[in-house]
Structures are given as structure tokens and as C-alpha cells.
Design a protein around this ligand. Structure first.
Ligand code: ASP
Ligand code: MG
Length: 404
């Protein structure tokens, strides 16, 4: 079999741990498999590098930022390949541009456009272990790019897709995907299997286990992904195509996301083209808008509320303030003390009354709902950040009571 393994920052956080990773990689290779390994930077390293850049500017040059942060992964591929060679295994490290992982030019959040698997495959066929730097790629002008925080997951799944791997194992410091964050929710349980669609919602809603783009890749190319612990041999969670019976479960998971800032444009003249004017510049700046609410207009005026990731809030605020002037809004307010809490499950398609049960549960706790959005298999609400954990707990207990 051809197996892609990905090890996150904690798993390669010290030389001792890198040696542990090498043992596991070597065992897989010794069992007769072809192995490509993708690694993240040592834990804390990407933040450390970003911290250096922030000492120079609050908005450091994006191209140079990618040159800077991509070094974290360059260190770990070299160290892991060194350890493997020291152990007598044929191994070789590859950086993003050497593979070639071609991306667009959106520095800091580039998208993979194409992977050239030739060099990788010829190494694997010779029996070597390929050690690939996660998180990084190269654009059409040979600039180094990075794929966004957590991007090594996406590197791994994309490599698995490009090499038609039999499995993509994501080794991390948790032992699988849980129905809620176990640190918040004592009754949370590990899911054995979850569909790509459910995982897409969970990942996009702030479940920190996998970068969302990795799940999109997995779904598109049907890559079987196994999320598991690098510190044990236990089975983790398999991401798979939807299968019979999955719909019987109404809610598979509850998540929260504190990484949102809410903006409101107040009292805007409600004319055709308003939304396009507001969201055009935001999109042009590669900022992903999440929830949007426009009030029914009264006397020709409306309020427009939306959320963006906290990291983009400063940039978004500047853009919205400019637009506010242009469209004649009374003003702009922003609130970063908000959280998005969501319930996700394929079973919502066939069970009625899920939303009302959700709102009743929150009402019982006196939690005010500020925004609501729904999709086929998800309901999200925005609440005051101070209620995040309570909301997750009561919703989990409502929809997934403890099995005693
Ligand atoms: N090192 C990068 C980060 O911390 C990429 C990754 O770990 O997946 O975001
Ligand atoms: Mg990660």
C-alpha cells in the first residue's frame, strides 16, 4: 500500500519526539508499504516566527512573511530525514517547491492548484521514504507561499490524492474527532467514523482537528483519512463517504468558534447593489465572510451584520468604513466578544424540529441568540463569547445525552 502520514507540531516538538515519529514511519516502511511523510513545524515555531515579524510591523509584508514562516517546516523535514537515514532507512526531504506543490499567490492562505507527483513517486518506487514539508508551496512566479494555519493537513491530503494513496493518516495530539471539545464538555465522545460533509461543517466551525481545506480535498478525491494519536496505537476517527445508517444520528457534533468578529453597518439606504458594494472589496482582499444578516428594511433603511475571522478584522474594518461612507450608512460597529456555536449532523435532513429544540435549550439557560444561520446539516448561532462553553455543554447534553 501507499500510505501518507502527517505529523503535527506536537508530534515533532523535540528531537526525542522526532525519533518517535521516525520509529513509526520506519515500522510502516518495514511492513512493506510505500511511505510519504508530511510534517509541520515544531510546536510553537510558526507562532514564534510570526511574533518576530510582528515586532517589525503590525501587518508585515505578506510575501516575506511566507518566506519566514515556511522555514519552520524546512527544519523538521531535514531533521526527520536525518534521523531516518541514521537508522539506516533510505529517506529524502522535499520542500514544497521541490515536490512541486503549485499554488495561487494568496500569501498566507494560498490554495493548491496542482501537485507534480513525479519526483515523489520515483523516490517511493525506489523504496525511499519521502519526507515532505507541510504548509508550503510555490506560485507561478516561483514565490514561496503558505497554505494558512494548519495547512500541513492540506498538504498531506493533497499529496495522498496526487499519489492515489490508499490512506492518509493524520497523527496529532488528540486521538480522534470528538462530538465536542472534551476540555469543555465532559460527555464528549470519540467518533469512530464521520462523513466528509459532517467533518467539513465541523472543521469550518472551529473544530481544531483538521484544516478545512484538507477535508475539501479528501471529499473531492475520496481520500480515506484516518485521524489518530501519535502517542498510541489506538484507532482514531475515519473520514469516509456517507454510508447507510449515518443519517439515523441527528447531531454528530457540537462546536464553537471564538475566532470571529461581528460588524454591523447601521442604517444604510436599502438600494439594489448595496450588498455587492459592501462585500466586493472584502472578497477582493481574500477575506472570507461567514455569517451575514440583513434586516428587513424599515422606511428604506436597513442594518447589515456579518462576521469575519478575527485575523482579518482590522483589514475588514478599514474596508467597511470606507464603504460605509460611500453608501451613506450612519456608522459601523464591531464586536469581537462573540462566539459561533453550531450543531452538525446528517440526521437533520430527516428529523424535524431540530432548530426549535436548539433554541429552547439555549433559552432555558438565558442565552441570547444574536445571529442564526442554517444549512442542510448544520445550525449555527452567534452568542456573547462568555456563554460559549455553557452553550456547547447544554446542546451536547440535549442532543447527545451521556450513554450511561
Ligand atoms: N506550521 C503551520 C501552522 O502552525 C502549519 C501546520 O502546522 O499545519 O499553522
Ligand atoms: Mg493542526
Amino acid at each position: 500500500m501507499l500510505i501518507v502520514q502527517k505529523y503535527g507540531g506536537t508530534s515533532v516538538g523535540s528531537i526525542e519526539r522526532i525519533k518517535g515519529v521516525a520509529q513509526r514511519v520506519a515500522a510502516t516502511h518495514a511492513a512493506g508499504h510505500q511511505v510519504a511523510v508530511v510534517v509541520s513545524a515544531m510546536s510553537g515555531e510558526t507562532n514564534r516566527l510570526l511574533g518576530l515579524a510582528k515586532q517589525i510591523s503590525s501587518q508585515p509584508d505578506e510575501r516575506e512573511c511566507d518566506v519566514l514562516v515556511s522555514t519552520g517546516e524546512q527544519v523538521t523535514v531535514a531533521l526527520l530525514a536525518m534521523v531516518l537515514k541514521e537508522m539506516g532507512y533510505p529517506a529524502f526531504s522535499l520542500l514544497g517547491h521541490q515536490v512541486q506543490i503549485s499554488t495561487d499567490s494568496a500569501f498566507g492562505k494560498a490554495r493548491i492548484k496542482h501537485i507534480n507527483s513525479n519526483r515523489l513517486m520515483s523516490g517511493l518506487k525506489k523504496g525511499s521514504i519521502a519526507v515532505v514539508a507541510g504548509f508550503q508551496g510555490v506560485d507561478a512566479n516561483d514565490n514561496i507561499t503558505t497554505l494558512g494555519r494548519g495547512g500541513s493537513d492540506t498538504t498531506a491530503v493533497a499529496i495522498a490524492a496526487a499519489t492515489r494513496a490508499d490512506a492518509c493518516e493524520i497523527y496529532t495530539d488528540v486521538d480522534g474527532v470528538y462530538s465536542a471539545d472534551p476540555r469543555i464538555c465532559p460527555h464528549a465522545r470519540k467518533l469512530r467514523r464521520i462523513s466528509y460533509d459532517e467533518m467539513l461543517e465541523l472543521a469550518s466551525l472551529g473544530a481544531k482537528v483538521l484544516q478545512i481545506r484538507s477535508v475539501e480535498f479528501a471529499k473531492r478525491y475520496r481520500v480515506p483519512v484516518h485521524v489518530r494519536s501519535s502517542f498510541s496505537a489506538d484507532e482514531g476517527t475515519w473520514l469516509v463517504q456517507e454510508e447507510a445508517g449515518m443519517e439515523d444520528v441527528t447531531v454528530a457534533g457540537v462546536t464553537s468558534d471564538l475566532d470571529q468578529t461581528k460588524f454591523t453597518l447601521l442604517h444604510v439606504p436599502d438600494r439594489p447593489g448595496l450588498a455587492a458594494k459592501v462585500f466586493g472589496p472584502i472578497a477582493d482582499n481574500n477575506i472570507v465572510v461567514d455569517m451575514i444578516i440583513q434586516n428587513a428594511s424599515a422606511e428604506g433603511f436597513t442594518d447589515l451584520t456579518f462576521t469575519v475571522p478575527k485575523g482579518d478584522a482590522q483589514k475588514a474594518l478599514a474596508l467597511v468604513q470606507t464603504t460605509a461612507g460611500e453608501v451613506g450608512a450612519r456608522g459601523v460597529t464591531s464586536d469581537s466578544e462573540v462566539a459561533k456555536v453550531s450543531i452538525v449532523g446528517l440526521g437533520m435532513r430527516s428529523h424535524a424540529g431540530v432548530a426549535s429544540r436548539m433554541f429552547k435549550t439555549l433559552a432555558r439557560e438565558g442565552i441570547n441568540v444574536q445571529m442564526i444561520s442554517t444549512s442542510e446539516i448544520k445550525i449555527s448561532i452567534v452568542v456573547d463569547a462568555k456563554y460559549t462553553e455553557l452553550a456547547v455543554r447544554v446542546l451536547h447534553d440535549e442532543f447527545m445525552p451521556a450513554i450511561v
